[in-house]
Design a protein around this ligand. Sequence first.
Ligand code: ZN
Length: 144
Amino acid sequence: MTPEPAPPVRPALTPEQEADLAQRAVQARQWAYAPYSKYLVGAALLTVSGKIYDGVNVENAAYPDSICAERTAAVKAVSEGEREFLAVAVASADGGAPCGSCRQVLSEFGLDAQVIIVNSDGAIVQRTTVRELLPQAFGPSNLA
Ligand code: ZN
């Protein structure tokens, strides 16, 4: 097994940046479309350019066509030219962690992005990184 390269040194978010992202994720929950699961999720994603993209889960009557908040935010960011993520905050009622699909999609644009998991009150329940959430990730280097 090839050892993973050391993660690049990234400045940690300031407490203000972290609080702002957490608050935006909580606020985004109001736009979640989750009539089936009733599990409202909001995300706020910070890119290297300093822009923040929010996202919500958008469910569909054809259940598998639903998409999570984190991937919504990621797709919004990438579709506007962003290619590198610094951090993402994810808010849900119980402070649930990103699902496997979201971990994979986030890893494409920021294996070392910080992940801030908050509950619906905006309280931070976990600070981690995409790399920690998805060890031994399959990524672009596998296809080089
Ligand atoms: Zn997900």
